[in-house]
Design a protein around this ligand. Structure first.
Ligand code: GCU
Ligand code: CA
Length: 495
Protein backbone atom coordinates (compact mmCIF):
# COMPACT_ATOMS: atom_id res chain seq x y z
CA UNK A 1 0.00 0.00 0.00
CA UNK A 2 1.22 3.49 -0.75
CA UNK A 3 0.97 5.90 2.12
CA UNK A 4 -0.57 9.35 1.53
CA UNK A 5 2.95 10.69 1.43
CA UNK A 6 3.77 8.36 -1.43
CA UNK A 7 0.62 9.36 -3.24
CA UNK A 8 1.83 12.94 -3.01
CA UNK A 9 5.11 11.72 -4.40
CA UNK A 10 3.30 10.03 -7.25
CA UNK A 11 1.47 13.20 -8.19
CA UNK A 12 4.68 15.15 -8.11
CA UNK A 13 6.23 12.51 -10.32
CA UNK A 14 3.33 12.63 -12.76
CA UNK A 15 3.79 16.37 -13.08
CA UNK A 16 7.47 15.79 -13.65
CA UNK A 17 6.75 13.33 -16.43
CA UNK A 18 4.76 15.93 -18.34
CA UNK A 19 7.93 18.00 -18.21
CA UNK A 20 9.36 15.21 -20.37
CA UNK A 21 12.82 14.72 -19.02
CA UNK A 22 13.59 11.11 -19.88
CA UNK A 23 17.21 10.06 -19.76
CA UNK A 24 16.50 7.15 -22.07
CA UNK A 25 18.94 7.48 -24.92
CA UNK A 26 17.40 6.16 -28.09
CA UNK A 27 18.45 5.78 -31.65
CA UNK A 28 16.16 7.29 -34.22
CA UNK A 29 16.38 8.04 -37.89
CA UNK A 30 17.43 11.50 -38.87
CA UNK A 31 14.36 13.59 -38.20
CA UNK A 32 13.37 16.70 -40.04
CA UNK A 33 15.79 19.44 -39.27
CA UNK A 34 14.89 21.43 -36.23
CA UNK A 35 17.84 23.75 -35.88
CA UNK A 36 20.76 22.06 -37.52
CA UNK A 37 24.35 22.75 -36.57
CA UNK A 38 26.92 21.17 -38.89
CA UNK A 39 30.09 19.86 -37.27
CA UNK A 40 32.21 21.33 -40.08
CA UNK A 41 30.88 24.86 -39.58
CA UNK A 42 32.06 27.32 -36.94
CA UNK A 43 31.30 27.99 -34.17
CA UNK A 44 31.39 24.18 -33.94
CA UNK A 45 34.84 22.87 -33.05
CA UNK A 46 36.38 19.52 -33.98
CA UNK A 47 39.48 18.09 -32.32
CA UNK A 48 40.58 16.41 -35.52
CA UNK A 49 39.99 16.91 -39.23
CA UNK A 50 37.01 18.04 -41.28
CA UNK A 51 36.70 15.42 -43.99
CA UNK A 52 34.30 14.44 -46.74
CA UNK A 53 35.53 11.00 -47.78
CA UNK A 54 32.57 8.97 -46.49
CA UNK A 55 29.32 9.65 -48.37
CA UNK A 56 26.00 10.29 -46.75
CA UNK A 57 26.89 13.32 -44.65
CA UNK A 58 24.94 16.55 -44.85
CA UNK A 59 26.49 19.97 -45.49
CA UNK A 60 30.07 19.95 -46.75
CA UNK A 61 31.63 17.29 -44.53
CA UNK A 62 31.94 15.84 -41.06
CA UNK A 63 34.27 15.88 -38.08
CA UNK A 64 36.74 13.00 -38.01
CA UNK A 65 37.97 13.43 -34.46
CA UNK A 66 41.40 12.25 -33.42
CA UNK A 67 41.40 8.75 -31.98
CA UNK A 68 42.11 9.86 -28.43
CA UNK A 69 40.44 10.38 -25.07
CA UNK A 70 39.12 13.95 -24.91
CA UNK A 71 39.25 14.61 -28.69
CA UNK A 72 35.88 16.35 -28.51
CA UNK A 73 33.42 17.94 -30.85
CA UNK A 74 31.56 20.96 -29.53
CA UNK A 75 28.49 22.74 -30.85
CA UNK A 76 27.25 26.15 -29.83
CA UNK A 77 23.48 26.27 -30.11
CA UNK A 78 20.80 28.81 -29.44
CA UNK A 79 17.67 27.82 -27.53
CA UNK A 80 14.56 30.00 -27.62
CA UNK A 81 13.77 29.29 -23.98
CA UNK A 82 15.25 27.63 -20.95
CA UNK A 83 14.05 24.10 -20.40
CA UNK A 84 14.27 20.71 -21.99
CA UNK A 85 15.38 20.27 -25.56
CA UNK A 86 15.78 17.19 -27.68
CA UNK A 87 19.10 16.95 -29.38
CA UNK A 88 19.91 14.59 -32.20
CA UNK A 89 23.53 13.82 -33.00
CA UNK A 90 24.25 12.18 -36.36
CA UNK A 91 27.26 9.93 -36.56
CA UNK A 92 28.85 6.99 -38.33
CA UNK A 93 30.97 4.41 -36.56
CA UNK A 94 32.49 1.95 -39.03
CA UNK A 95 34.61 0.38 -36.30
CA UNK A 96 33.46 -2.71 -34.43
CA UNK A 97 33.33 -1.30 -30.92
CA UNK A 98 31.42 1.34 -29.05
CA UNK A 99 32.98 4.81 -28.87
CA UNK A 100 31.43 6.23 -25.71
CA UNK A 101 31.49 9.94 -24.90
CA UNK A 102 30.45 12.14 -22.02
CA UNK A 103 27.88 14.74 -22.99
CA UNK A 104 28.53 18.14 -21.45
CA UNK A 105 26.02 20.95 -21.59
CA UNK A 106 27.58 24.30 -20.76
CA UNK A 107 30.59 22.53 -19.33
CA UNK A 108 28.67 20.19 -17.05
CA UNK A 109 28.64 16.46 -17.68
CA UNK A 110 24.99 15.56 -17.94
CA UNK A 111 25.34 12.14 -19.56
CA UNK A 112 28.48 10.23 -18.72
CA UNK A 113 29.59 7.58 -21.18
CA UNK A 114 26.82 7.89 -23.77
CA UNK A 115 27.21 5.10 -26.30
CA UNK A 116 28.07 5.51 -29.97
CA UNK A 117 27.72 1.91 -31.06
CA UNK A 118 28.97 0.58 -34.39
CA UNK A 119 26.78 1.54 -37.37
CA UNK A 120 28.30 -1.10 -39.66
CA UNK A 121 30.20 1.20 -42.02
CA UNK A 122 31.66 4.69 -42.16
CA UNK A 123 29.04 5.51 -44.82
CA UNK A 124 26.18 4.39 -42.56
CA UNK A 125 24.98 7.37 -40.58
CA UNK A 126 22.49 7.28 -37.76
CA UNK A 127 21.01 9.86 -35.43
CA UNK A 128 20.93 9.34 -31.69
CA UNK A 129 18.58 11.54 -29.71
CA UNK A 130 18.53 12.52 -26.09
CA UNK A 131 16.91 15.12 -23.93
CA UNK A 132 18.89 17.75 -22.10
CA UNK A 133 18.20 20.87 -20.12
CA UNK A 134 19.35 24.09 -21.79
CA UNK A 135 19.49 27.76 -20.91
CA UNK A 136 17.68 30.42 -22.86
CA UNK A 137 20.05 31.73 -25.53
CA UNK A 138 23.50 30.37 -26.23
CA UNK A 139 24.60 26.95 -24.94
CA UNK A 140 27.56 24.69 -25.62
CA UNK A 141 26.96 21.00 -26.17
CA UNK A 142 30.13 18.96 -26.12
CA UNK A 143 30.80 15.29 -26.82
CA UNK A 144 33.95 14.24 -25.04
CA UNK A 145 35.17 10.72 -25.89
CA UNK A 146 36.24 8.60 -22.93
CA UNK A 147 38.28 5.94 -24.71
CA UNK A 148 41.42 5.97 -26.85
CA UNK A 149 39.30 5.30 -29.96
CA UNK A 150 37.92 8.83 -29.73
CA UNK A 151 34.59 9.76 -31.28
CA UNK A 152 32.90 8.24 -34.29
CA UNK A 153 32.67 10.57 -37.30
CA UNK A 154 30.17 13.31 -36.42
CA UNK A 155 27.92 14.93 -39.04
CA UNK A 156 25.65 17.37 -37.25
CA UNK A 157 23.64 18.21 -34.17
CA UNK A 158 19.94 19.04 -34.35
CA UNK A 159 18.36 20.99 -31.55
CA UNK A 160 14.61 20.75 -31.13
CA UNK A 161 13.28 22.87 -28.33
CA UNK A 162 9.85 21.44 -29.13
CA UNK A 163 7.03 22.83 -27.14
CA UNK A 164 9.31 23.83 -24.32
CA UNK A 165 7.92 26.97 -22.85
CA UNK A 166 9.50 28.87 -20.03
CA UNK A 167 6.42 28.39 -17.87
CA UNK A 168 6.34 24.60 -18.32
CA UNK A 169 10.02 24.03 -17.88
CA UNK A 170 10.91 26.57 -15.26
CA UNK A 171 8.92 24.66 -12.61
CA UNK A 172 11.25 24.17 -9.70
CA UNK A 173 12.34 20.70 -8.67
CA UNK A 174 9.90 19.31 -6.09
CA UNK A 175 12.32 19.48 -3.18
CA UNK A 176 13.78 16.79 -0.99
CA UNK A 177 11.06 14.56 0.50
CA UNK A 178 11.03 13.73 4.22
CA UNK A 179 12.06 10.16 3.37
CA UNK A 180 15.53 11.56 2.73
CA UNK A 181 17.89 12.41 5.57
CA UNK A 182 21.52 13.32 6.07
CA UNK A 183 23.94 15.43 4.10
CA UNK A 184 26.92 13.40 2.99
CA UNK A 185 25.61 10.96 2.05
CA UNK A 186 21.91 11.71 1.69
CA UNK A 187 19.97 8.50 2.31
CA UNK A 188 16.32 7.95 1.45
CA UNK A 189 14.02 5.14 2.53
CA UNK A 190 10.58 4.37 1.08
CA UNK A 191 8.55 1.61 2.67
CA UNK A 192 7.50 0.00 -0.60
CA UNK A 193 6.71 -3.58 -1.55
CA UNK A 194 9.06 -5.56 -3.83
CA UNK A 195 8.64 -4.56 -7.47
CA UNK A 196 9.92 -2.06 -10.00
CA UNK A 197 9.80 1.69 -9.44
CA UNK A 198 10.41 4.76 -11.56
CA UNK A 199 12.64 7.10 -9.62
CA UNK A 200 13.23 10.70 -10.65
CA UNK A 201 16.13 12.34 -8.84
CA UNK A 202 16.87 16.03 -9.35
CA UNK A 203 20.62 16.24 -8.94
CA UNK A 204 22.30 19.58 -8.31
CA UNK A 205 21.38 22.67 -6.36
CA UNK A 206 20.27 26.20 -7.21
CA UNK A 207 22.69 27.77 -4.78
CA UNK A 208 25.80 25.63 -4.67
CA UNK A 209 28.01 23.39 -6.78
CA UNK A 210 27.85 19.68 -6.13
CA UNK A 211 29.31 16.30 -6.83
CA UNK A 212 26.74 13.55 -6.45
CA UNK A 213 26.63 9.82 -7.09
CA UNK A 214 23.56 7.63 -6.78
CA UNK A 215 23.29 4.03 -5.63
CA UNK A 216 20.32 1.97 -4.52
CA UNK A 217 19.61 -1.05 -2.35
CA UNK A 218 22.72 -3.17 -1.70
CA UNK A 219 25.53 -1.12 -3.27
CA UNK A 220 23.84 -1.15 -6.68
CA UNK A 221 25.28 1.65 -8.77
CA UNK A 222 22.96 3.97 -10.69
CA UNK A 223 25.06 7.08 -11.38
CA UNK A 224 28.78 7.66 -10.99
CA UNK A 225 29.72 10.96 -9.29
CA UNK A 226 28.31 13.82 -11.37
CA UNK A 227 29.59 17.37 -10.95
CA UNK A 228 27.06 20.17 -11.14
CA UNK A 229 27.61 23.92 -11.16
CA UNK A 230 25.64 26.16 -8.80
CA UNK A 231 22.25 26.78 -10.39
CA UNK A 232 22.23 23.57 -12.43
CA UNK A 233 19.68 20.94 -11.43
CA UNK A 234 19.21 17.97 -13.75
CA UNK A 235 16.46 15.39 -13.35
CA UNK A 236 17.55 11.78 -13.84
CA UNK A 237 14.84 9.20 -14.42
CA UNK A 238 15.64 5.56 -13.73
CA UNK A 239 13.91 2.30 -13.01
CA UNK A 240 14.86 0.47 -9.81
CA UNK A 241 14.12 -3.11 -8.78
CA UNK A 242 13.26 -3.83 -5.14
CA UNK A 243 13.60 -7.40 -3.87
CA UNK A 244 13.08 -8.96 -0.49
CA UNK A 245 15.54 -10.02 0.79
CA UNK A 246 17.72 -7.34 -0.68
CA UNK A 247 21.26 -8.32 -1.73
CA UNK A 248 21.69 -12.06 -2.16
CA UNK A 249 18.45 -14.08 -2.38
CA UNK A 250 19.58 -16.65 0.21
CA UNK A 251 20.41 -13.86 2.66
CA UNK A 252 24.19 -14.34 2.64
CA UNK A 253 25.79 -11.12 3.90
CA UNK A 254 22.51 -9.81 5.33
CA UNK A 255 18.97 -9.35 4.11
CA UNK A 256 19.05 -5.55 3.82
CA UNK A 257 16.24 -3.13 4.55
CA UNK A 258 12.72 -3.97 3.32
CA UNK A 259 11.57 -1.28 0.88
CA UNK A 260 13.44 1.05 -1.44
CA UNK A 261 16.70 2.58 -0.24
CA UNK A 262 18.65 5.19 -2.15
CA UNK A 263 22.02 6.71 -1.35
CA UNK A 264 23.36 9.96 -2.78
CA UNK A 265 27.09 10.13 -2.08
CA UNK A 266 30.00 11.84 -3.83
CA UNK A 267 32.22 14.63 -2.53
CA UNK A 268 29.33 17.13 -2.20
CA UNK A 269 25.93 15.42 -2.63
CA UNK A 270 23.17 17.75 -3.87
CA UNK A 271 19.61 16.44 -4.17
CA UNK A 272 16.88 18.97 -5.03
CA UNK A 273 14.00 16.58 -5.50
CA UNK A 274 13.04 12.93 -5.54
CA UNK A 275 9.85 11.18 -6.62
CA UNK A 276 8.99 7.50 -6.77
CA UNK A 277 6.18 5.80 -8.66
CA UNK A 278 5.47 2.19 -9.65
CA UNK A 279 6.98 1.33 -13.03
CA UNK A 280 4.62 -0.14 -15.59
CA UNK A 281 5.99 -3.27 -17.23
CA UNK A 282 9.64 -2.34 -17.73
CA UNK A 283 12.02 -4.56 -19.69
CA UNK A 284 13.47 -6.62 -16.84
CA UNK A 285 16.91 -8.18 -17.15
CA UNK A 286 17.08 -11.07 -14.67
CA UNK A 287 20.53 -12.20 -13.61
CA UNK A 288 21.05 -15.82 -12.61
CA UNK A 289 24.58 -16.54 -11.46
CA UNK A 290 27.11 -16.74 -8.67
CA UNK A 291 29.24 -14.50 -6.44
CA UNK A 292 30.94 -12.81 -9.39
CA UNK A 293 27.51 -11.46 -10.44
CA UNK A 294 25.54 -10.97 -7.24
CA UNK A 295 24.70 -7.90 -5.16
CA UNK A 296 27.58 -8.16 -2.65
CA UNK A 297 26.88 -6.41 0.63
CA UNK A 298 30.49 -6.15 1.79
CA UNK A 299 33.15 -3.83 0.39
CA UNK A 300 35.41 -4.50 -1.52
CA UNK A 301 33.62 -7.51 -3.06
CA UNK A 302 31.56 -6.35 -6.06
CA UNK A 303 29.50 -8.37 -8.51
CA UNK A 304 29.22 -7.14 -12.09
CA UNK A 305 25.44 -7.23 -11.65
CA UNK A 306 25.85 -4.35 -9.17
CA UNK A 307 27.40 -2.14 -11.84
CA UNK A 308 25.12 -3.08 -14.75
CA UNK A 309 22.27 -0.80 -13.50
CA UNK A 310 24.57 2.19 -14.15
CA UNK A 311 24.49 1.23 -17.84
CA UNK A 312 20.71 0.83 -18.14
CA UNK A 313 18.26 3.69 -18.77
CA UNK A 314 14.72 4.18 -17.49
CA UNK A 315 12.21 1.71 -18.88
CA UNK A 316 14.58 -1.19 -18.32
CA UNK A 317 15.79 -2.58 -15.01
CA UNK A 318 18.21 -5.19 -13.66
CA UNK A 319 16.82 -7.76 -11.19
CA UNK A 320 19.83 -9.56 -9.75
CA UNK A 321 19.03 -13.04 -8.43
CA UNK A 322 22.66 -14.18 -8.47
CA UNK A 323 23.89 -15.76 -5.24
CA UNK A 324 27.30 -16.68 -3.86
CA UNK A 325 28.39 -20.27 -4.21
CA UNK A 326 25.71 -21.35 -6.64
CA UNK A 327 26.28 -23.86 -9.39
CA UNK A 328 23.97 -24.57 -12.31
CA UNK A 329 22.37 -27.32 -10.22
CA UNK A 330 21.97 -25.50 -6.91
CA UNK A 331 20.57 -22.37 -8.59
CA UNK A 332 17.98 -24.51 -10.35
CA UNK A 333 16.87 -26.36 -7.23
CA UNK A 334 17.15 -23.85 -4.36
CA UNK A 335 13.65 -22.48 -3.76
CA UNK A 336 15.02 -18.97 -3.12
CA UNK A 337 16.65 -18.88 -6.54
CA UNK A 338 15.29 -20.13 -9.88
CA UNK A 339 11.88 -21.17 -8.47
CA UNK A 340 11.44 -17.67 -6.96
CA UNK A 341 12.64 -15.84 -10.06
CA UNK A 342 10.78 -17.88 -12.68
CA UNK A 343 7.17 -16.78 -12.00
CA UNK A 344 8.25 -13.12 -12.18
CA UNK A 345 9.53 -13.44 -15.75
CA UNK A 346 7.30 -11.72 -18.29
CA UNK A 347 7.19 -11.75 -22.08
CA UNK A 348 10.45 -10.53 -23.66
CA UNK A 349 12.24 -10.17 -20.34
CA UNK A 350 15.88 -11.19 -20.61
CA UNK A 351 17.40 -13.84 -18.35
CA UNK A 352 21.20 -13.91 -18.27
CA UNK A 353 22.51 -17.28 -17.07
CA UNK A 354 26.14 -17.33 -15.91
CA UNK A 355 27.41 -20.52 -14.26
CA UNK A 356 30.71 -22.33 -14.03
CA UNK A 357 32.67 -21.10 -11.02
CA UNK A 358 30.93 -23.56 -8.71
CA UNK A 359 30.41 -26.35 -11.25
CA UNK A 360 33.83 -27.66 -10.26
CA UNK A 361 32.79 -31.31 -10.43
CA UNK A 362 29.63 -31.11 -12.53
CA UNK A 363 29.56 -33.69 -15.31
CA UNK A 364 28.92 -32.65 -18.86
CA UNK A 365 25.46 -34.20 -18.91
CA UNK A 366 24.46 -32.57 -15.62
CA UNK A 367 25.74 -29.15 -16.76
CA UNK A 368 23.85 -29.41 -20.04
CA UNK A 369 20.78 -30.71 -18.28
CA UNK A 370 20.68 -27.91 -15.71
CA UNK A 371 21.14 -25.17 -18.28
CA UNK A 372 18.65 -26.75 -20.67
CA UNK A 373 16.06 -26.92 -17.92
CA UNK A 374 16.53 -23.22 -17.08
CA UNK A 375 16.45 -22.23 -20.77
CA UNK A 376 13.22 -24.15 -21.36
CA UNK A 377 11.55 -22.77 -18.26
CA UNK A 378 12.52 -19.20 -19.17
CA UNK A 379 11.06 -19.77 -22.64
CA UNK A 380 7.88 -21.23 -21.13
CA UNK A 381 7.41 -17.84 -19.47
CA UNK A 382 7.94 -15.97 -22.75
CA UNK A 383 11.37 -14.81 -21.61
CA UNK A 384 14.57 -14.61 -23.63
CA UNK A 385 17.40 -16.75 -22.18
CA UNK A 386 21.00 -15.68 -22.75
CA UNK A 387 24.03 -17.77 -21.79
CA UNK A 388 26.98 -15.86 -20.32
CA UNK A 389 30.20 -17.84 -20.03
CA UNK A 390 31.95 -17.29 -16.67
CA UNK A 391 34.62 -14.60 -16.26
CA UNK A 392 38.13 -15.97 -15.85
CA UNK A 393 40.00 -16.50 -12.60
CA UNK A 394 43.36 -14.77 -12.32
CA UNK A 395 45.56 -17.88 -12.44
CA UNK A 396 48.55 -17.54 -14.73
CA UNK A 397 51.09 -19.98 -16.03
CA UNK A 398 53.70 -17.66 -17.46
CA UNK A 399 51.82 -15.02 -19.43
CA UNK A 400 48.80 -17.25 -20.13
CA UNK A 401 45.83 -18.20 -18.02
CA UNK A 402 45.56 -21.81 -16.88
CA UNK A 403 42.82 -24.28 -17.70
CA UNK A 404 41.35 -23.78 -14.23
CA UNK A 405 41.29 -20.01 -14.87
CA UNK A 406 39.38 -20.71 -18.10
CA UNK A 407 36.85 -22.98 -16.37
CA UNK A 408 37.91 -26.41 -17.45
CA UNK A 409 36.55 -28.10 -14.37
CA UNK A 410 37.86 -30.81 -12.06
CA UNK A 411 36.30 -33.61 -14.10
CA UNK A 412 37.70 -32.23 -17.35
CA UNK A 413 34.60 -30.47 -18.67
CA UNK A 414 35.29 -27.29 -20.64
CA UNK A 415 32.28 -25.41 -19.23
CA UNK A 416 32.41 -22.38 -21.57
CA UNK A 417 32.71 -24.68 -24.60
CA UNK A 418 29.65 -26.59 -23.40
CA UNK A 419 27.72 -23.33 -23.13
CA UNK A 420 28.63 -22.54 -26.74
CA UNK A 421 27.48 -26.00 -27.86
CA UNK A 422 24.22 -25.58 -26.03
CA UNK A 423 23.77 -22.09 -27.44
CA UNK A 424 24.10 -23.44 -30.98
CA UNK A 425 21.86 -26.43 -30.50
CA UNK A 426 19.10 -24.57 -28.64
CA UNK A 427 19.50 -21.30 -30.53
CA UNK A 428 20.32 -19.31 -27.40
CA UNK A 429 22.53 -16.21 -27.70
CA UNK A 430 25.87 -16.58 -25.93
CA UNK A 431 27.90 -13.74 -24.46
CA UNK A 432 31.44 -15.05 -24.25
CA UNK A 433 32.53 -13.36 -21.06
CA UNK A 434 35.22 -16.03 -20.61
CA UNK A 435 36.93 -15.04 -23.86
CA UNK A 436 36.40 -11.32 -23.30
CA UNK A 437 37.78 -11.40 -19.76
CA UNK A 438 40.61 -13.72 -20.84
CA UNK A 439 41.67 -11.13 -23.42
CA UNK A 440 41.47 -8.34 -20.85
CA UNK A 441 43.32 -10.20 -18.08
CA UNK A 442 46.04 -11.53 -20.39
CA UNK A 443 46.54 -8.12 -22.00
CA UNK A 444 47.06 -6.60 -18.56
CA UNK A 445 49.38 -9.46 -17.63
CA UNK A 446 50.06 -11.29 -14.36
CA UNK A 447 50.85 -8.12 -12.38
CA UNK A 448 48.54 -5.40 -13.66
CA UNK A 449 45.51 -7.68 -13.81
CA UNK A 450 45.57 -7.84 -9.99
CA UNK A 451 43.59 -4.59 -9.76
CA UNK A 452 40.56 -6.33 -11.30
CA UNK A 453 40.46 -8.77 -8.37
CA UNK A 454 41.17 -8.36 -4.64
CA UNK A 455 44.64 -7.49 -3.41
CA UNK A 456 46.01 -7.85 0.10
CA UNK A 457 47.77 -4.48 -0.17
CA UNK A 458 44.62 -2.58 -1.12
CA UNK A 459 41.69 -4.74 -0.07
CA UNK A 460 43.13 -6.62 2.89
CA UNK A 461 42.52 -9.93 1.15
CA UNK A 462 43.92 -11.75 -1.84
CA UNK A 463 41.27 -13.26 -4.06
CA UNK A 464 41.76 -14.11 -7.72
CA UNK A 465 38.14 -15.06 -8.37
CA UNK A 466 36.12 -12.15 -6.99
CA UNK A 467 36.16 -8.64 -8.37
CA UNK A 468 37.04 -5.28 -6.94
CA UNK A 469 34.67 -2.46 -7.82
CA UNK A 470 37.02 -1.63 -10.68
CA UNK A 471 37.05 -5.24 -11.89
CA UNK A 472 33.25 -5.46 -11.68
CA UNK A 473 33.01 -2.29 -13.79
CA UNK A 474 35.23 -3.84 -16.43
CA UNK A 475 33.16 -7.06 -16.41
CA UNK A 476 29.93 -5.07 -16.70
CA UNK A 477 31.44 -3.23 -19.67
CA UNK A 478 32.26 -6.56 -21.33
CA UNK A 479 28.72 -7.84 -20.72
CA UNK A 480 27.34 -4.62 -22.24
CA UNK A 481 29.64 -5.12 -25.22
CA UNK A 482 28.21 -8.64 -25.60
CA UNK A 483 24.64 -7.33 -25.32
CA UNK A 484 25.37 -4.95 -28.20
CA UNK A 485 27.10 -7.63 -30.30
CA UNK A 486 24.13 -9.96 -29.85
CA UNK A 487 21.75 -7.03 -30.44
CA UNK A 488 19.61 -8.07 -27.48
CA UNK A 489 16.46 -6.03 -26.78
CA UNK A 490 18.28 -4.17 -24.00
CA UNK A 491 20.37 -2.31 -26.60
CA UNK A 492 17.67 0.37 -26.92
CA UNK A 493 18.05 1.08 -23.19
CA UNK A 494 21.82 1.16 -22.81
CA UNK A 495 23.25 4.42 -21.61
C1 GCU B 1 38.94 5.31 -40.69
C2 GCU B 1 37.86 6.18 -41.35
C3 GCU B 1 37.79 7.51 -40.65
C4 GCU B 1 37.54 7.30 -39.16
C5 GCU B 1 38.67 6.46 -38.60
C6 GCU B 1 38.48 6.14 -37.10
O1 GCU B 1 40.21 5.87 -40.94
O2 GCU B 1 38.17 6.37 -42.73
O3 GCU B 1 36.74 8.29 -41.23
O4 GCU B 1 37.45 8.51 -38.50
O5 GCU B 1 38.74 5.24 -39.28
O6 GCU B 1 38.65 4.99 -36.72
O7 GCU B 1 38.23 7.03 -36.31
CA1 CA C 1 38.42 9.30 -36.22
Amino acid sequence: MLTPRHRGGLMAAAAAVTMAVPVVVMTADAAAAANRYEAETAPATCAGLIEANHAGYTGSGFCNGDNAVGAAVQFTVTAPAAGTATIGIRYANGATTDRPADVLVNGVTVRPGTAFGPTGAWETWTTRTLTVTVNSGSNTIRWNPTTASGLPNIDFLDLDSGGASPSATASPPPGRPPECTGGAPVTCHFGLAPGNYTVTAWIGDRASAGNTSMSVETRRRILPPISTAAGTVTPYVLTVNVRQPEGQPTGQGGTGNPGLDLTFAGSAPRLSGLTVQPASNPLVVYLAGDSTVCDQSTVPYTGWGQILPARVAAGAVVANYADSGESSGSFLSNSALFPTMKPLIRTNNLVLLQFGHNDKSTTVSAFRGNLTSMINQVRDRGGVPVLVTPPVRRLFSGSQLTGTALHINGVGVNLPAEMHNLGSSLNVPVIDLTAKSEALVESLGPTDSAQLYLRQSVDGVTDNTHFSEYGAEKMADLVVQGIRERNLPLVAYLR
